[in-house]
Design a binder for this molecule. Structure first.
Ligand code: PLP
Length: 268
């Protein structure tokens, strides 16, 4: 990628982004989502750029995912009005949550009864929420089979008109600990199975609930995503060398690089 740019123009460390490659990546994932009949709600934390975000509009993106309220505020200012914050709710940011929920369609992540209760009690406008589940990555989330905790969160929130249950999300980031396509696909299949089990269990009570997954390796390598309702990958906009090691893509799909002038060499 660096060879495609005139290196003589690079005077300081510079982020290079190749528009055509990125747009190709954006439309490739959109086409796959369309073929599978799932909603693609791309994660914008990867680029955090209004301009790169605008490229997604060409593929029909209307709803996005971010990982903080400040990112949500930034993209709301740039015209995005359907935003999920894929990060556990921070009640200390209640004022910002209320401000955003009054202007855009906001969805948040809830992982505990305590937060569910306090959020429900302090929301001034309706917001949707996902229960983030842990299906094997062990970063965050309610254990996918901890039904008593899931039931308790749903019981506490269903009595309030303000918090609407949207579904179950998981980021199966354990696909990043792999070095091969089969391993990624095994993790992906097991994750979808767990989420589908949750949907079966709660669908009679919440007919519109969605199961949602987000990781670039799994969403890229699985041919058919149709057992899911939503996908939320983000890294695929650029891909990177790590994704080539995993097997998600070849070098021709990498749309980003950092070029830095070498100013000194330590021979040792
Ligand atoms: N969803 C959640 C909750 C995430 O934390 C992430 C990334 O960390 C994603 C989706 C996007 O996955 P990726 O970065 O593999 O594209």
């Amino acid at each position: 990628l660096t060879r495609m740019f005139n290196q003589n123009n690079i005077t300081v460390p510079t982020l290079l982004i190749h528009r055509k490659i990125c747009s190709g990546n954006i439309s490739m994932m959109q086409q796959k989502a369309d073929r599978s009949g799932v909603h693609l709600i791309p994660h914008f934390k990867t680029h955090q750029s209004a301009e790169v975000g605008s490229w997604f509009r060409d593929s029909g993106t209307t709803a996005i995912t971010v990982s903080s309220l400040s990112m949500a505020s930034f993209f709301a200012e740039h015209g995005w009005n359907d935003i999920t914050i894929a990060f556990p709710v921070n009640l200390r940011e209640m004022n910002t949550i209320n401000r955003l929920a009054s202007t855009i369609r906001l969805r948040v992540f809830i992982l505990s009864v305590d937060v569910a209760e306090k959020l429900a009690g302090n929301l001034e406008n309706p917001a949707g929420f996902y229960i983030e589940t842990d299906t094997g990555y062990h970063r965050s989330g309610v254990e996918y089979d901890d039904y008593s905790l899931i039931d308790a969160i749903l019981d506490r929130t269903s009595s309030t008109g303000k918090l609407q249950f949207a579904g179950f999300h998981t980021h199966d980031g354990n696909t990043y600990d792999t070095t091969g396509i089969d391993e990624v696909l095994n993790i992906h299949t097991a994750t979808v199975e767990k989420l589908a089990g949750l949907r079966d269990r709660y669908r009679s009570r919440f007919p519109d609930l969605r199961i949602s997954i987000g990781d670039t390796p799994g969403c890229t390598l699985a041919d058919d995503l149709s057992r899911l309702d939503e996908i939320r990958p983000g890294n695929y906009v650029f891909y990177d060398v790590m994704q080539t090691v995993i097997g998600s893509c070849g070098f021709d799909r990498i749309g980003v690089a950092l070029a830095a002038p070498v100013v000194a060499r330590n021979k040792e």
